[in-house]
Design a binder for this molecule. Structure first.
Ligand SMILES: [Zn+2]
Length: 312
């Protein structure tokens, strides 16, 4: 018999469910469902080094991004499009008491998918590399991909990081910075918990971190606070995020955005932002409307293969 979920979990999952309901309503269909002046360096197996002994906010942004761009060997062919994958929360099947919750993917499925990417020789891009590709300023190999996680759940550190390490893959994590814990708490699979700053530092060899708002991951009448609130509130929220974590990259909570939100991001020197619209990212497109594919239990392995090989 499945254990009785805690009240906290029920509330959390209601919130998560509302997120996905909103995504479906706004084009993030789960039902069937980011200037190139950076120094380029060459790397052997083409995996960038994220390891940083310094706290995130003590590292210069320009230093970090200059060392996360590689020059690629594209003799075997270069990519025309970039599939961007979006994950949220992972749980082992035996612990997943909500197998039909789109925000929760069985760990075993995630591992099968990552094993496939490694077996097929996929290159996982950094956010900076993705940005340069989309600006038409960097050639990337065929079989390139960008893996993203939203919300900053603790399962990234508990489960995802080890899988990524095992298959020599990298990912980007968009954090709701107000939710990040000061101390690492015990992980309970039946409760939804968030990363701690300590866990974020520990996993910078496989994860790079960016913004998903500081405290605006809420809905008002099925619209993201981002598009409902006034500009000053959004500016203050972005200031709070940037004081904790330097990154010029953003993922819209619930995928919601409008021209005012995009202009405010640009005013704050953001360089690229991701939506939840399920479409391939292509050079020349709007860097503030980059599409992503939500990888949920709805996505068959055949569909996953199709997405990662660029067949929308
Ligand atoms: Zn989110």
């Amino acid at each position: 018999m499945l254990p009785k979920p805690s009240k906290g979990l029920v509330i959390s999952l209601i919130i998560v469910l509302s997120i996905f309901t909103a995504m479906v309503a706004t084009g993030g269909s789960f039902s069937a469902s980011l200037e190139s002046d950076a120094d380029i360096y060459s790397a052997s197996k083409d995996q960038p080094s994220y390891e940083a002994s310094q706290p995130i906010k003590e590292e210069s942004l320009s230093e970090f991004y200059e060392r996360t761009v590689r020059s690629f060997d594209t003799n075997q062919g270069s990519a025309d499009v970039l599939p961007v994958l979006m994950y949220h929360h992972l749980l082992p099947a035996a612990d997943n008491i909500y197998p039909e919750e789109p925000a929760v993917l069985n760990l075993e499925i995630f591992e099968q998918q990552m094993a496939y990417l490694e077996d097929q020789g996929f290159t996982t891009l950094t956010l900076k590399e993705a940005e340069l590709f989309l600006r038409g300023e960097l050639e990337i190999p065929r079989n390139s991909i960008l893996i993203t996680f939203d919300d900053g759940y603790a399962s990234e550190a508990v489960y995802a990081a080890d899988v990524l390490r095992r298959y020599d893959l990298k990912a980007a994590s968009f954090l709701i910075t107000s939710q990040i814990e000061d101390e690492t708490e015990d992980f309970h699979p039946h409760e939804l918990s968030y990363l701690s700053w300590e866990q974020i530092q520990e996993n910078r060899d496989v994860f790079e971190y960016a913004h998903h708002s500081h405290d605006m991951h809420h809905l008002e009448e099925n619209k993201s606070l981002l598009v409902v609130c006034c500009e000053d509130t959004l500016r203050e929220d972005l200031r709070a995020s940037l004081s904790l974590l330097e990154s010029p990259y953003f993922a819209y909570p619930y995928g919601h955005k409008d021209c005012d939100v995009i202009q405010t991001l640009k005013d704050k020197d953001y360089r690229m932002a991701f939506s939840t619209r399920e479409e391939m990212a292509r050079p020349g497109e709007d860097l503030f409307r980059v599409g992503r594919f939500g990888i949920t239990y709805h996505v068959s392995f055949e569909r996953f293969q199709s997405i990662v090989h660029g067949y929308q």
